[in-house]
Design a protein around this ligand. Sequence first.
Ligand code: GLU
Length: 337
Amino acid sequence: MPAHHHAVSPVVGRLAPSPTGLLHLGNAWAFLLAWLSARSRGGRILLRMEDLDPQRSRPAFADAILEDLAWLGLDWDAGPDTASAGCAECAGGPFVQGLRGPVYAAALARLEAAGLTYPCFCSRKELRQLASAPHLGEEEAAPADPCRDLDAAARQSLLAAGRHASLRLRCPAEAIAFDDEVMGPQRFAPGDFGGDFALRRSDGVVAYQLAVAVDDGLMGVTEVVRGRDLLPSTPRQLLVMRSLGLRPPRYAHIPLLLDAGGERLAKRHASLSLAALRARGVEPARITGYLAGLAGINPGGAPAHPRELVGRFSLNTLPRNDMRVMEEDVARLVGSN
Ligand code: GLU
């Protein structure tokens, strides 16, 4: 990211964990890079707890995540634990999605009033079938959601009959283009990300795409650094922000950490949770030094506190491909030298 952005506006980055499990090495990788990216340009960090999914979120995980991040040496200027505004540039708390219901309701009401949404009565199964239109080499348009064009009377009678509906955003037909700081120029036609998408589930739970777009926009986030698995979410979030007149951040989608078998590191890799590594006596600076080594800013991967890495940060040395964490890497990490 070019340094001249610094003078233009204050940099605000964010860490956006979901409290659905313990942080693992893959989360630490993404959060370290997001933190370094903002801090290396004198930027602010906000920490936003993404506890929207009532089935999977646990307060105990939220607490553990804050502890693990602090242990790792990452700090934040605004977050769930900062009284109100720890950061003038980070507008619009609270920084816990579960406490932001009224904010999302207001955004949804604006989108509805603008005619940009429609209720969808399809079951999950029907939506899956719509989404998996055959791709047989020929340009075959995915079948449109039949609920998109229901007339008002049909809609009213389904709603009056008590049918549950999700609320979907009507996507324009044009492609969405943006420049990713790592992945380069991107272009997504609506069919590439599944077309119209849910802003609110039929059980009333606000969808990730709506919440993240509204939050990044309203909280003044200027850059999003996250795993490249979220790249196809970006055109959807840009559409939401555009529809609400919110200013989009810059995006940097980074390669993923994989296990030796090529699977993305995830919560099920319990032995690579930060809590497990800490319990084995691994110093946090070893972890951040190792991860900085993978990022190409700490050759040899010697122990380094995040603060010591700030001056060395660059996205230019970042590998473009996903990286495997092998058994011997883990052994070196937990080993005594
Ligand atoms: N909370 C999301 C997750 O843990 C990340 C959201 C984002 O970075 O946009 O997967």
